[in-house]
Design a protein around this ligand. Structure first.
Ligand SMILES: [Zn+2]
Length: 106
């Protein structure tokens, strides 16, 4: 994630509201009224590694994961099985990741 976006998502007011927050990862912005819909599926596409993630002080967190040469967005609603959405190659995936973080896609 670029520094400008990360700065935008680290609002000091968030940390004051959430005392259990480690403050290391970005927080999701509220979704816009009709965000672009990601196509969620229940199965990942094999082994993966986490590239970026949102703060786990929130009940719903997202991860950007790499499966070989493709990327997926990983949605984790704590205590439910995670869901996965195909995000494409790096340039496409980084755009989708920015949209999820800023609330223009979910
Ligand atoms: Zn947090």
């Amino acid at each position: 994630m670029d520094a400008k976006l990360r700065g935008l998502l680290h609002d000091p007011a968030d940390l004051m509201e959430e005392s259990d927050c480690p403050g290391l990862s970005p927080h999701l912005r509220c979704a816009v009224p009709e965000p672009e819909k990601l196509l969620w599926v229940s199965q990942p596409r094999g082994p993966y590694r986490v590239v970026d993630y949102t703060c786990d002080c929130q009940a719903v967190l997202y991860e950007l994961i790499s499966c070989g040469w493709i990327y997926l967005i990983h949605k984790v609603i704590q205590s439910q099985p995670p869901k996965h959405a195909y995000a494409g190659g790096w340039s496409e995936a980084s755009l989708w990741w920015s949209r999820v973080l800023t609330g223009t896609a979910r």
